[in-house]
Design a protein around this ligand. Structure first.
Ligand SMILES: NC(=O)C1=CN([C@@H]2O[C@H](COP(=O)(O)OP(=O)(O)OC[C@H]3O[C@@H](n4cnc5c(N)ncnc54)[C@H](OP(=O)(O)O)[C@@H]3O)[C@@H](O)[C@H]2O)C=CC1
Ligand SMILES: CC(=O)N[C@@H](CCC(=O)OP(=O)(O)O)C(=O)O
Length: 351
């Protein structure tokens, strides 16, 4: 099936990655180097980046001999010269940068996959509150589609601007959506999401708070993290989100606790998760509580749940690699879907 679609399209996409010097961008470069339908044409950094002119592989040594392209500085002149020659651009940049520039690429006929939060929230008023800036492109914000690959296939296939979900929201929503979409959750009950991320979640630029030597284990941004409205929006249920930072490099765990309606049975919960994921190869319903060690450096999301039928409480947990299923490999899933390929195309063989 995949082969037939490839033969009929037979169009290798000309791709640029903006933010290629960063952690998420570098993972994306690695995945797209191996992708038969992507030709990486430009790797781009900020206008005044100290990385401009360096080879990508100088910055990320594990890619020596795999991708030795130079890093180009973004500017309005760069856009004028190259944008219209591209098919696809991935933004692995700060939120405000993609919010400012994505629409220009779409207007130039380029498909945009935005790994930042620049287009994830539907309500423009949430941007000053949670992101600290006014959104300047309301038209693009209203036309962008959220890209949780296992849940939004048709939206992703039919848009030119995909808001690739955040890392915590990806893991949280993979737990929540089987329950909320089947209307199993008790109305007006407390839904609690606890998330734990390693330090690569904070990006490549060190700050004291995310410096590996300074990190032990603590909650942060409680009741005000920008992923709270994102999770609530996409689960269509109000959640309390408690993020934690822990001293390891990669991986993220989200554990959700929900009260289900009276009379819901274990079999109904089982059916909800099976129905959601039995045909989704990148989400594995695992037999015991998920571990970061089993998903780090892979595109998989491991999910497990347990239901207390007496209390009607369900706890579900999901482990992902924050830079892959939480960012770059999910962006490739969206790219695949937009090309009519299976979402896991080119990803599973890379583990
Ligand atoms: N880290 C993670 O786990 C996840 C990250 N994301 C999102 O992906 C995006 C990138 O994150 P991450 O890789 O961690 O961040 P990094 O800080 O590691 O990388 C940011 C990248 O953006 C570039 N950049 C910064 N400012 C500009 C600008 N004005 N114009 C063009 N390029 C710019 C940087 O280049 P340079 O500094 O060289 O100019 C760098 O390549 C963010 O929006 C983040 O929220 C999403 C999910 C998970
Ligand atoms: C550990 C850490 O700092 N994590 C980041 C989230 C990761 C990220 O980059 O956020 P997006 O998924 O929204 O792009 C944070 O809490 O802000």
């Amino acid at each position: 099936m995949t082969k037939a679609i490839l033969d009929s399209n037979n169009s290798v996409q000309k791709v640029a990655i903006i933010g290629a010097s960063g952690y998420a961008g570098a993972e994306l470069v690695g995945l797209l180097c191996k992708h038969s339908q992507a030709q990486i044409c430009h790797l781009v950094v900020s206008e005044n980046s100290s990385s401009e002119g360096k080879l990508f592989s100088e910055l990320h040594g594990r890619f020596q001999g795999i991708c030795d392209l130079p890093l180009e500085a973004f500017s309005a002149a760069w856009f004028d010269e190259y944008a219209a020659k591209l098919d696809v651009v991935f933004f692995a940049t700060p939120h405000e940068f993609s919010a400012d520039w994505a629409q220009a690429f779409v207007k130039a006929g380029v498909k945009v996959f935005d790994l930042s939060g620049g287009f994830r929230l539907k309500d423009a008023e949430d941007y000053p509150k949670y992101y600290g800036f006014e959104h300047a492109n309301i038209e693009a914000l209203s036309s962008a589609k959220y890209g949780l690959a296992e849940w939004q296939h048709d939206d992703i296939a039919n848009t030119n601007l995909v808001a690739v979900p955040g890392c915590y929201p990806t893991a949280s929503l993979l737990c929540l959506k089987p329950l909320t979409s089947n209307n199993l959750v008790l109305e007006n009950s407390l839904v609690v999401v606890n998330g734990i991320s390693g330090v690569s979640g904070a990006g490549r630029n060190a700050s004291l708070a995310t410096n590996f030597n300074e990190v032990s284990l603590k909650a942060y941004n409680v009741l005000q993290h920008r992923h709270q409205p994102e999770i609530s929006q996409e689960a269509a249920i109000d959640v309390i989100f408690n993020p934690h930072l822990a001293p390891y490099k990669r991986g993220l765990l989200a554990t959700v606790t929900l009260q289900l309606k009276a009379g819901i049975t274990n079999a109904q919960v089982e059916q909800a998760f099976q129905q959601a994921y039995s045909d989704k190869p990148l989400v594995r319903l695992v037999a015991s509580w998920p571990e970061i060690g089993n998903v780090a450096h892979t595109p998989f999301a491991d999910v497990h749940w347990q239901f207390d039928e007496e209390k009607q409480v369900v706890v579900a947990s999901c482990a992902i690699d924050n830079l892959l299923k939480g960012a770059a490999s999910q962006a490739v899933q969206c790219f695949n879907i937009s090309l009519g390929l299976a979402s896991e195309y080119s990803l599973i063989s890379t583990c």
